[in-house]
Design a protein around this ligand. Structure first.
Ligand code: TYD
Ligand code: MG
Length: 463
């Protein structure tokens, strides 16, 4: 490629400029302008395109290579619809400290203990630290190899020479393409920069395909998802997993955001313990275990997380405002939907929280974004406002409309099954609901006012 030293190109949108800029003038992305000469390794692939490639019949494609191989960590395999596919690249995203390294170390240990060679490229922790952690998790099989370092070239070389069938790179933000020649700046800046993250991922994707090795990349994501890197890799990888939970609670949720080899609805549940992550057999018992009954402001919501039903406790606290501007806090809930529920309570039920602080939260560090939580939010707030506790065996589910009507939700039968299994006896549901399972009494309500009065926590439809 001819060297056009003065040109800079945005690696995101391709805009070229004569002068370097910290921010692309066209797409507005930061740190994406790279001198054309430095882009050479990125565009070289185009020159190497094989123009003699011929199309083949789709039916002649061999599927045996694309079969998932179980890792032995059951919840991990369940989310991946069976396991990791050889040659595939998986991105595991999550907040720092949530347990990504622990989960993947367990996956590596599990595979290695079955006699498969696996490799951990540890760019954040020393081999010493990893060994200490691994010893807490179980016996160390000899097939588990570790390469501690940040140079992506060394990692690829290690895979080529040791030929593992699973590689974990922890993390993609900590590795970098080694400095080119002495005195030259690293192409694309320091580890963790958008260019480095993409260039490293690019090399690892190529390596995974060439060596047919299942590759898992760890990516740290902040709460707003704004950290340079992982999000921008989603289109390059086959699978994107997100590992969530509240660092202060034991429960961790694993979900596939994107999966080229199967459906994405499955939810994996883990509990962080002294010896790593354990599979959660009965999330209902864990989530509702510490529930205090007979206190105003609490109600059970059978929520959907992926394809699983999780019964969670929804709590509200209403108290006189500390400041001129009253607070509206929604932990694990959609703040916009809380404000809407408050407006519906005020206009259609006659329950105003004027001059009051309103706190709502889902216990256990679970996040519930679905509209089906509306009714439970409204009932919890109504109960907290009037000071009348809801019955302990009561659950509620329904979407609330702006006219105060209660709308049907998806998967109601499965939600009701879960309530029955947990021993709840009554569920407030939309008026149009079909009968529930044995042992569940349905309290059908057409409006929020009706739901509030029939669950016994409010002033009733006529104030
Ligand atoms: P880690 O896997 O390092 O998180 P990440 O890679 O996502 O940044 O683990 C985070 C926390 O888990 C850490 O604070 C310690 C805790 N932990 C346990 O509670 N039990 C254990 O057995 C292990 C290995 C870690
Ligand atoms: Mg880590």
């Amino acid at each position: 490629m001819a060297k056009t030293a003065k040109h800079h190109r945005c690696i995101d949108c391709g805009t070229t400029t004569l002068r370097w800029a910290g921010r692309c003038p066209s797409c507005g992305e930061w740190n994406t302008m790279v001198e054309e000469a430095e882009l050479a390794p990125l565009v070289r692939a185009v020159d190497e395109l094989d123009l003699t490639a011929m199309p083949v019949a789709l039916s002649s494609i061999d599927l045996s290579a694309a079969r998932p191989v179980p890792t032995g960590v059951s919840e991990f395999d369940r989310v991946l619809a069976g396991g990791l596919v050889p040659g595939s690249v998986t991105l595991l995203g999550g907040e720092p400290g949530i347990g990504k390294s622990t989960l993947l170390l367990q996956v590596l240990l599990s595979r290695a203990s079955r006699g498969h060679r696996v490799l951990l490229v540890s760019a954040e922790e020393s081999a010493h630290q990893v060994r200490l952690r691994a010893e807490r998790l179980g016996p160390l099989p000899s097939e588990l190899l570790i390469l501690s370092g940040t140079d992506i070239g060394a990692a690829v070389a290690a895979v080529t020479s040791s030929r593992p069938d699973l590689v974990v790179v922890d993390s993609i933000q900590a590795v970098a393409v080694g400095a080119a020649a002495p005195g030259e700046r690293r192409a694309g800046g320091v580890p963790g920069s958008a260019t480095q993250v993409r260039e490293c991922a690019d090399q690892l994707v190529a390596m995974a395909k060439a060596e047919e090795v299942a590759t898992v990349l760890v990516g740290h994501v902040t709460k707003d998802g704004s950290l340079a890197g992982p999000r921008s890799l989603e289109h390059m990888v086959d699978t994107v997993l997100s590992f969530e939970g509240d660092r202060h609670h034991a429960l961790r949720l694993l979900q596939a955001v994107k999966h080229r080899f199967g459906p994405t609805g499955e939810l994996g549940l883990f509990e962080m313990g002294d010896q790593g992550l354990n599979r959660v057999e009965d999330p209902g018992a864990l989530l509702l275990g510490d529930r205090l009954t007979g206190v105003p402001g609490g109600v059970v919501l059978p929520a959907l997380q992926g394809r699983r039903t999780l019964a969670v406790e929804l709590q509200a606290l209403v108290t006189s405002a500390e400041q001129a501007q009253p607070r509206r806090t929604a932990v694990g809930l959609d703040a916009g939907r809380l404000v809407m529920a408050l407006a519906v309570l005020k206009v259609h039920v006659g329950l105003a929280v004027l001059g009051m602080d309103v706190f709502t939260s889902v216990a256990g560090g679970i996040r519930v974004a679905e509209p089906a939580a509306d009714l439970a939010v409204a009932l919890a707030v109504a109960s907290a406002t009037t000071g009348v506790p809801l019955p302990p065996d009561l659950a509620a589910v329904g979407e609330v409309g702006l006219s105060g009507e209660i709308r049907q939700v998806t998967e109601l039968p499965r939600r009701l099954e879960e309530c029955a299994r947990l021993g709840l006896e009554r569920v407030v549901v939309p008026a149009s609901s079909p009968d529930g399972p044995d042992g569940i009494e349905l309290v059908r309500a057409a409006t929020v006012a009706e739901a509030v009065s029939r669950s016994g926590c409010g002033p009733g439809p006529n104030g």
